[in-house]
Design a protein around this ligand. Structure first.
Ligand code: ADP
Length: 197
């Protein structure tokens, strides 16, 4: 039992270290202007399902409901960088799970606007966690900024995740925003890049 405990600690530490290294590598690559965005066909619903599947055990550990809403009338086929979109959505859902002590996380895909055949699609991740103070709302997308000084102690992290998300989605031609109230949960919204005609 003691060895199992040690092995679990080693694994948790390795995961935490890997995520810090990956964040720093991504950030350096973006700052060096060397991050290339792919443009390939992908199925957005499969991307959303993969994120939920990956984070389901974390949500289960905290007894949080992780819900995905993807209305069948919405298109599924898109052109873009599925890996990077998955990375950004994983970060948003991962944060929601990390910061929410109880309740549910709702990931929704909907249509922000329609221009003829072309739909601009939005991914929203809503939680009923602690929310973000009004004076921190704009700065959470800046590098190394965390909600308050106890965040790292309680939840780990580097404050790089959302800064990377913003840079990635803007490199793709999309945008990211937040709506939150202290004590009233948070909604992070991702507008995917308009599709090529
Ligand atoms: P990290 O998760 O490493 O702390 P991020 O850049 O992903 O860094 O997030 C920055 C800060 O934004 C977090 O430290 C936290 O204070 C706040 N934040 C992000 N998502 C949420 C959320 N869903 N609920 C509450 N606070 C959040």
């Amino acid at each position: 039992a003691q060895q199992k405990d040690c092995a679990e600690t080693v694994r948790r530490s390795a995961d935490a270290l890997l995520s810090v290294i990956n964040d720093i590598l991504d950030f350096s690559k973006i700052e060096a202007g060397k991050l290339a965005i792919e443009s390939l066909d992908f199925d957005l619903r499969l991307v959303m399902e993969a994120v939920n599947e990956m984070l389901a055990p974390n949500a289960e550990d905290k007894q949080l409901d992780l819900i995905l809403e993807y209305p069948p009338r919405l298109p599924r086929e898109f052109v873009g960088d599925a890996g990077r979109i998955r990375q950004v959505v994983t970060n948003l859902v991962g944060n929601a799970v990390k910061f929410t002590p109880a309740g549910q996380i709702l990931a929704t895909v909907d249509c922000e606007s329609q221009d003829g055949e072309k739909a601009t699609v939005r991914v929203s991740v809503q939680d009923n966690g602690p929310g973000i103070p009004a004076d921190k709302m704009a700065s959470v997308f800046e590098k190394f900024i965390q909600g308050d000084s106890s965040t790292t102690r309680r939840h780990g992290g580097t404050g790089l995740g959302l800064a990377i998300c913003k840079q990635l989605i803007e490199l793709m031609g999309g945008s990211i925003g937040v709506n939150s109230q202290l004590g009233g949960g948070s909604t992070l919204r991702l507008t995917l890049p308009p599709q090529p005609g």
